[in-house]
Ligand binder design. Sequence first.
Ligand SMILES: [Zn+2]
Ligand SMILES: [Zn+2]
Ligand SMILES: [Zn+2]
Length: 602
Amino acid sequence: MSATPLQLTILGSGTSMGVPTIGCRCAVCTSPDPRDNRMRTSVLLSRNGQNVLIDTTPDFRSQALRAGIERLEAVLLTHGHADHIMGFDDLRPLSIGQKRPMPVYGNAQTFDIVRRAFAYAFDGKPKVSSVPSVLLKEINGPFELLGVRITPIPLEHGEMQVFGFRFGKAAYLTDFNAVPESSLAMLEGLDDLVLDALRDTPHPMHQTVEQALALVDKLKPKRAWFTHIAHDLGHAETNQRLERLGYGHVQLAYDGLQIEVATEASAHGAPSEVSEIAGLAVFDAAEKWRGFYGAGGRGSVLAIGNFDGIHLGHQAILKRAVELAAKTGAVATALTFEPSPLKVLRPESAPKRISTPEQRLEWFRAVDVESAVVLPFTVELSKLTPQQFVENILLRELAVRAVLVGENFRFGHKQAGDTNLLRELGSMHGFEVIALPPVSAHGEVVSSTVIRREIAVGNVTQAGRLLGRPYVLTGEIVRGTGTGHKFTFPTLNLKPDQELLPAAGVYITRTVLDGERKSRRSVTNIGVRPTFDGTALTVETHLLDFVGVAPARMELRFWKRLRSEKRFSGPEELRAQIARDIRSANRFFTLLRKFRILRLSD
Ligand SMILES: [Zn+2]
Ligand SMILES: [Zn+2]
Ligand SMILES: [Zn+2]
C-alpha cells in the first residue's frame, strides 16, 4: 500500500552566520545567483496540509513568511546552538492561532539551553504580552508525526550530542562531524540524504565536502544534498566540481528546494513505539507505556473512564486533569479501556457506542490531554481486585500522582471498588483522588445513557447540547443503489463507523469531506428509502453546494431533525419535498450564523 508522500522543503541551507555574511565582499557573498543566498539551516516537513518544522533559526520569521507557514503541528530541535534556536520567540503568532501548546521535540541539553535563553516563556509568571506557548517533549525513541514515523539519529557535533532525523526514505542530518556506528544502520536504503558539508577546510564540528562525500559513499543514498554551507562554496561552481568528480547525484541544497519523500503507510507499516495524534501520545500496550511512565518520569494525573462520546461531563473531568497536571508537572493522561468492559463481561447488555476510538483520541487531544493509555480490557484484567488494580496498574505501571473520576466510578473485580475505597487507597499510597459530580446542561444530567437515548429517538439537537458538539458519524463513502440518484438529487452514501444511528428521518447536517477543513451544508436521510421499495438502512447525504468527485471518507455532523421519513406517491413529489428540505436547511444555517443560537462548535 503506497501512502501520501511527505514534502521536505529546505527553508535555509547556510552556515551559522548565513550567506551573504555581514560585511563580506567575497564572490559568493556578492553573487547574483539566488541559490547563493542562504538563510540559517532549517527544513519544513509537510503532508496532507500539515507541517512540522525542524529548528527555529534566527531567520525563522522570514522563512515562515516566504514558505507561507500558517500552522505547525510540532517543532523538532536538532540541538541548542544559536543558529538553530534563536527564532524560538517567533513561534508566538503560531501558538496564539492554534489554542494549544506547540509540541517541541528535542533532547535534555537542548531544552536546558532553550529554557535559559527564553526563560520568560517558562517562568510561569503572568505576562502582559504573549510568550511562546510550548510543550517540551524529550525524545527517547522514534515517534510519529504527520502519520509518519520519525526516527531520531544520534550524531556527534564536536562535544555535543545532536539529533538528525529520518522520515520515510529521507534523512536530515545538519551539524555534525561524526556519525556513531550505531546510527549508520538507521540510514540504510535512503532515497534522499540531506547532510552537513560546511566547506573544504577542516572544522572541529562540521564535515568537509570530502568527508560528506565519504559518508555518501558509505550510505549510498539515491541522491544527496549538502546543507549548512559556508560562503567558501559557490552553488553552481561546486555542483560542477561534484559532477566532474563523478558525484552527479550529489548537489548543494538551496533555500526553497523541495524534495518529495516516499513514506510507508503508517497504519500497516512498521509500528512505532509511541503513536501520536498531533501531539497526543497514544499507548495501547504495556511495553510502550512502561517506557514512558517508568522510573524517574514525571508521573501521571489520570482521568479514568470509558469516555464514550466525550460529553460535557467527560470534558469537565479531562479539563480538571489537564489543569492539575500543568500545576504539578505530571503527564495529563486519559486512561480508558478497549473494548468497553461491558462488551467483555456482559456483551448482550453492552450499549451501542456513539464514538470510535479514533474520535476519542482526537477529542482527548482537543482538550490538551497529553497522553492516552488504552488498557486492553480482558477477563484477566477484570479479575484484579480493587487493591490489585490500584497497585499493579495505577501505581506500578503509570506512576499515578492524582486520579480524577466521575462520582459513580466503579473498579476492580465485580465492580467492588468505589470512590470511597479509591480515596482510602489514595491516602495509603500517596495519590490524590478527585471525584466529580455529574454535570447538568439544558435541564438534563449529562450522561452517555441519556445521549444515546436522545440520538436513538432522533433528538440530535439535545444530544448535541449534552455532548458540547453535534453528534458525528464518520465513515467510508460507498456506492448506493443509484435509484434515488436518477430521480432526485445526487447524494453520497455513508457506511458509518459508529454503532448507533439517529432514528430514521431527515436531518439538517454539515458534512466534512476527507481532505477538506471546512464543513459544507447538507441534508441527510437515514432510513430504508420507502419510496423506492428499499430495505437496507442507508445514510444518504445531499450536499447543498458541492459539485465534484467525492473522496473516500466523510464526516456528518447532525444539527437538527427536519421530519420523519415518509412514502411519496412518486419521484416528483419526493423531489419537491427534498427541495423544501434544502430550503429549510439553508434557512437554518443562515439563522444560525446570524444569531449563533446554539453555542456548539462547528
Ligand atoms: Zn548550525
Ligand atoms: Zn563571503
Ligand atoms: Zn551547531
